[in-house]
Every structure is written in C-alpha cells, then in structure tokens.
Design a binder for this molecule. Structure first.
Ligand code: NAD
Ligand code: IPM
Ligand code: MN
Length: 371
C-alpha cells in the first residue's frame, strides 16, 4: 500500500531480524485494520552489512535512513566480528547512524507491567508500579570524543585511552529535554554524573544547576553520583522519575533498569534529534535497549516485546498516533497477564513460547481489543 510516511527498517544481526520481522506483523496489522500505512524500506546494518559490503553502514543505506520519517532498528554485533578492524565493527554502524542524524536524546523508559512483577529479580514491593525514564545523552561523551586510541609506549607497554568530553550546549540541550519530559510526568529530574572525580562531571553538574535556575521552573531537580545511582536503582527505584545522564552512564544504568522490569527483552527506546526549524522534521530511530543476544540467536526464542514497544514509541513520538500506541501497549499488558511467555520472562505454570508465538498472542489481543 502506498503511503506518505516512510519507515526505514534496519534489522541488523543476531536476534535483531527475528524481533523486527515479528514486529513488522503489527505494522501490517495496522495497515489492514487501522488504515495506517507506511512505505517500508529495508536496509542492511552492522555485521549483515559488513558481510555484504565490507562496512557496517553504506553511504546509500545512510542516505535512505536520513530520507525516512522514522527508523526501526533491530540490533547489531556478535562474536563473529570480534577480530574485525575497530572502525568496521558492527557497533560502528549504529554509532554512525546516531551521530549523522544527531540523535542526541535517547529515551529509555523502564516500566513494570503488573503481570511481570514476579519476573523481576527484585522483591515485588520494590518494583510494582514502577515507571521511570532514563534519558541518555547519545551523541557525545566518551563514545565519540577525541583523543582516543591505543599507542605503544615501549616495546612491552602500550596505552589505551578515551576522552570524556561535554560542552555547555550539549549538556543544556539534553537537560532541556529532561525538563520537558519531567513536566509531562511527575516533575522530578535526577541528574547523574561523577562530579566528585571527573571534570566533565563537574561541568555537567554546573550546567544542569544553572539551567535549572533559568528554565527549570516547577522541576524538582536532584544531583546524584552515578555509582550511587546504580545502587539506588536496585534499592528503591521508585524514588526516580526522569534520570538524565551522559552516554556511558546511560548505557550502563539502562541495562540495570531493564532487570527491574523483568528482562532486557522488555526495554524499548527512542533516539531523537531536535526539530528542524525550517522543515519541522525530527530525525528519530527506535531501537530496543538489548543487543543481538548471540546466546539465543537463531533459535526463535528472543522476546520481541522490546522491539514492539519501540514501534509503539515510534507511533507516539514520530507520528502523534497516541491511540494506536496505547493500543499496542495495552495488547502487551493483556498478553502478559495470561498465557504463554518467552523464556526470559517465564513464570511458574506458564507455557513457553518463542518469538513468533509471543507475537501470535499480541495479534490476538489486538483483534480482541478492536472488535
Ligand atoms: P545482549 O543485550 O545482546 O544480551 C545480554 C543478555 O540478554 C543475553 O543473555 C541475551 O540472551 C539476553 N537478551 C537480550 N535480548 C533479549 C531478548 N530480546 N529476549 C530474551 N533475552 C534477551 O548483550 P551482549 O551479549 O553484551 O552483546 C551481544 C552483542 O550485541 C555485542 O556485539 C554487543 O555489542 C551488541 N549490542 C548491540 C546493541 C544494539 O544493537 N543496540 C545493544 C547492546 C549490545
Ligand atoms: C546500546 C548498545 C550500544 C551502546 C552499542 C551496541 C554501541 O549497548 O544501545 O545500549 O553502547 O550504545
Ligand atoms: Mn547498551
């Protein structure tokens, strides 16, 4: 079906294509049942692109991706590429996409579905009703700053180094997103760094403090060291509303937050750029927080819900389709309440299903909810 909305799909490696293909069944369902259509274009990224073209992202695929209204990403990487030159590794395809489209704001919501309270490794009262948002800065910091490298110091000694670098505007723009998100939630922002040991952390805290004075009217802002934040996330995660932090701390803390929700296979994310003043367009890529899961890849066992919930975030943030996003979220909630589950969120007495089986249930719930 032709449409004026273009969706670029980049399945990638490992379980990426498995969860993306199942999620595309919901895209088809939306076309058939809700007349919501997308021109779907697919491209190779990561190891899949490296295998075919010798690079994890071709300029052609990047151009197609930049053209699209939104991008649905799977996952990249795997042990097969361990020996590949660093700049040709699958992960570099993803990092280049984020950088080229300036997707500086990565929203990683960690919500506990009532039915999954028992799937978490934490006690039910600690996590039931949890709804927090980790806002990760995605285009700066130690992931991209120079200098970085490995050099020989002597015949027996080498040095490897990276740079963590943030500028005032980079911190301000992610801070503003944190304030905006918090205003639509519970109004609380926890800014996380290590200002006790890192100069980039000292600046981060200074800029966030000033921004709060200038633009944070009504926002309850707190500062927290990243190590304490990791501890607080498992001690009492409900103290948080929005956590805003740098690229590296955001990566680590969001994997930690995933286990509050039961599984890494449940955590979606949205990577957003800023709105272009001339065209009104905002680059956006929707990517589950998990990776290519080499240990279960090819077995049809991956939980497809992080990918599906990323699609739901796409409908919400790129296309203002709140009703349809709510519908998908509701279908996920109902599907988890009764019936089979994938192994990562398995519970006593439940039947086990794989990636396809889980999506069969979602599609059934979508039918039930709309008929
Ligand atoms: P991973 O997220 O791939 O897997 C960690 C653990 O979580 C594994 O036990 C895996 O089986 C499980 N898991 C992940 N997704 C799951 C799902 N949907 N359902 C059920 N279980 C799931 O992390 P890793 O093993 O550290 O990394 C593997 C590869 O993935 C590496 O090459 C890494 O660089 C890459 N990676 C890519 C992304 C991405 O593309 N966005 C994110 C993280 C890691
Ligand atoms: C993530 C991943 C990526 C990251 C890798 C694959 C580059 O771990 O999206 O969380 O570190 O940002
Ligand atoms: Mn990660």
């Amino acid at each position: 079906m032709s449409s004026n909305r273009t969706l670029m799909v980049l399945p990638g490696d490992g379980v990426g294509p498995e969860v993306v293909n199942e999620t595309l069944r919901v895209v088809e369902w939306l076309a058939k049942n809700k007349s919501i259509t997308f021109n779907v274009k697919e491209g190779l990224v990561g190891g899949a692109s490296y295998d075919k073209y010798g690079t994890p992202l071709t300029d052609e695929t990047l151009a197609d991706t930049i053209e699209a209204d939104a991008v649905l990403f799977g996952a990249v990487g795997g042990p097969k590429y361990d020996g590949v030159d660093f700049d040709k590794r699958p992960e570099n395809g993803l990092l280049r996409l984020r950088k080229e489209m300036d997707l500086f704001a990565n929203l990683r919501p960690a919500m506990v579905f009532p039915a999954l309270v028992d799937a978490s490794s934490l006690k039910p009262d600690i996590i039931s009703g949890l709804d927090i948002l980790i806002l990760r800065e995605l285009t700066g910091g130690i992931y991209f700053a120079e200098p970085r490298g490995i050099e020989e110091v002597s015949s027996k000694v080498k040095k490897g180094y990276d740079t963590n670098l943030y500028t005032t505007p980079e911190i301000e723009r992610i801070g503003r997103v944190a304030f905006d998100l918090a205003k639509a939630r519970n109004g609380k922002v926890t800014s996380v760094e290590k200002a006790n040991v890192m100069m980039s952390g000292v600046l981060w805290r200074e800029v966030m403090t000033n921004l709060h004075i200038k633009e944070g009217n009504g926002i309850d802002m707190h500062h927290m060291y990243a190590d304490n934040c990791a501890m607080q996330l498992v001690r009492d995660p409900k103290q948080f509303d929005v956590i805003v932090t740098d690229n590296l701390f955001g990566d680590i803390l969001s994997d930690c937050a995933a286990m509050l929700t039961g599984s890494l296979g449940m955590l979606p994310s949205a990577s957003l750029g800023s709105v272009d003043k001339n065209t009104g367009k905002r680059f956006a890529m929707y990517e589950p927080v998990h990776g290519s899961a080499p240990d279960i890849a090819g077995k049809g066992l991956a939980n497809p819900l992080a990918e599906l919930l990323s699609l739901s975030m796409m409908l919400r943030y790129s296309f203002e389709m709140k009703d349809e996003a709510d519908l998908i979220d509701k279908a996920v909630s109902l599907a988890l309440e009764a019936g089979p589950r994938t192994p990562d969120i398995m519970a006593h007495g439940r039947e086990k299903v794989g990636t396809k089986g889980m999506m069969d249930i979602i599609l059934r719930k979508l039918e039930e909810l709309t008929n």
